[in-house]
Design a binder for this molecule. Structure first.
Ligand code: 3PG
Ligand code: MG
Length: 402
């Protein structure tokens, strides 16, 4: 895979695919981590005289055509503003993706300038399953530039036009963020120092059972908390009340538990839960043992004994990968479990990796400095699919010669 230093970028328009998919509250950016993570490559290219044309997606716009999607949003305008602040100069935004405004923006860039194209998902073709449909958009995007740099790590698992097809049309390289992320994931997959402990949280086992199955061959211990844990507890025959439950996954979870036992991989589940009367920041709540949870409550966090258990099961780890909060950390009353996991991991000297937008947002919201962890990945889905051993389409495209 080529690096940006392998490209002659001076005076050329470089189409830079970044992942600027940040959480928004209306038009306010609530965590700018992905924008900050994209700055080094942009700065490095601009410093060498490239004309940097940034392409990115935001959210999942709805509508059958460009006009409907552009009207409904979300627009990248707040992102252009924040990127400009971080770069210390305004970043003009084209109001289309690969149309006349994009062409005008590309033509207006001087050496070292940075511009941003509007949300690439305003073009329905971006995410099309049809190769020819994507190819048409890819052709229009490629026509804007001479070179392509892929730096949107968080979207590399998507077979999308700007991620997968454009690098096939232009000489290309991987950006510094992609290189850094892949280097860390390689360490986790190739020869992790042991014990290697994985903490998985987040809502749905269905999203993560495949990665759990493949981690049973690699990790020594799996700690499962948060929304996912209730389906595991249910699979063991426990009442979980009104907690999140994927009934149709209980059979698969049982298979995973049996396989873990055969492989002697320890699976650690919560032993007590914080049961609330409803899903709300100010809901009444009490602590219950995981094997005596009331039918009319909903678990929103891990209990105090579980926090101690999880911390103890992390204490000897030499390598840790953590994906997914273990409670509803957005509500301060239910953030203790996620805080305990973050705290335990932050005290470890080994390689610690926090993966995914939600977990990254959680540790920042709980006021842990980024430096408390070895690496905070900008990609949840992308890092999980990498660990699962899947080929990431965007990475394969960057690795292919051109
Ligand atoms: C992400 O947020 O996980 C990436 O930006 C990819 O976005 P997507 O899940 O909407 O494809
Ligand atoms: Mg995602």
């Amino acid at each position: 895979m080529k690096s940006i230093t392998d490209l002659e970028v001076g005076g050329r328009v470089v189409l830079l695919r970044a992942d600027l998919n940040v959480p928004l509250d209306g038009t306010v950016i609530t965590d700018d981590g992905r924008i900050r993570a994209s700055v080094p490559t942009i700065t490095a290219l601009a410093a060498r005289g490239a004309r940097v044309l940034v392409c990115a997606h935001l959210g999942r716009p709805a509508g059958s055509n460009f006009a409907a999607r552009a009207a409904g949003g979300p627009s990248l305008r707040p992102v252009a503003g924040r990127l400009g602040e971080l770069l210390g100069r305004p970043v003009p935004l084209a109001d289309d993706v690969a149309g006349p405004a994009a062409a005008r923006l590309a033509g207006s860039l001087g050496d070292g300038d940075v511009g941003l194209l509007e949300n690439v998902r305003f073009e329905p073709a971006e995410t099309s399953k049809d190769d020819a449909t994507r190819a048409e958009l890819a052709g229009r995007l490629a026509a804007l530039a001479t070179l392509y740099v892929g730096d949107g790590f968080g979207a590399l698992h998507r077979k999308h036009a700007s991620v997968y097809d454009v690098p096939g049309l232009l000489p290309h390289a991987a950006g510094e963020l992609v290189e850094a992320e892949v280097a860390v994931l390689r360490k986790l997959t190739e020869n992790p120092e042991r014990p290697y402990v994985v903490v998985l949280g987040g809502a749905k086992p269905s999203d993560k059972l495949a990665v759990i199955a493949s981690l049973l061959d690699k990790a020594d211990r799996l700690i499962i908390g948060g929304g996912m844990a209730y389906t595991f507890l249910a699979a063991q025959g426990h009442e979980v009340g009104r907690s999140l439950l994927e009934n149709d996954q209980i059979g698969n979870v049982k298979d995973v538990l049996a396989r873990a036992e055969r492989r002697r991989v320890e699976i650690v589940l919560p032993i007590d839960l914080v049961g609330a009367t409803r899903f709300a920041a100010d809901a009444e709540h009490d602590v219950y043992p995981a094997d005596a949870f009331p039918a009319d409550r909903e678990s929103l966090d891990m209990g105090p004994r579980t926090r101690e258990l999880f911390a103890a099961k992390l204490a000897d780890a030499k390598t840790v990968f953590w994906n997914g909060p273990v409670g509803v950390f957005e509500f301060p009353a239910f953030a203790a479990g996620t805080r305990a996991v973050a705290q335990a991991i932050s005290e470890l000297p080994g390689l610690t990796v926090v993966g995914g937008g939600d977990s990254a947002a959680a540790v920042r919201q709980l006021n842990f400095p980024d430096s408390a962890f070895g690496h905070i990945s900008t990609g949840g889905g992308a890092s999980l699919e990498y660990l699962e051993g899947k080929t990431l389409p965007g990475l394969a495209a960057l690795e292919a010669d051109r």
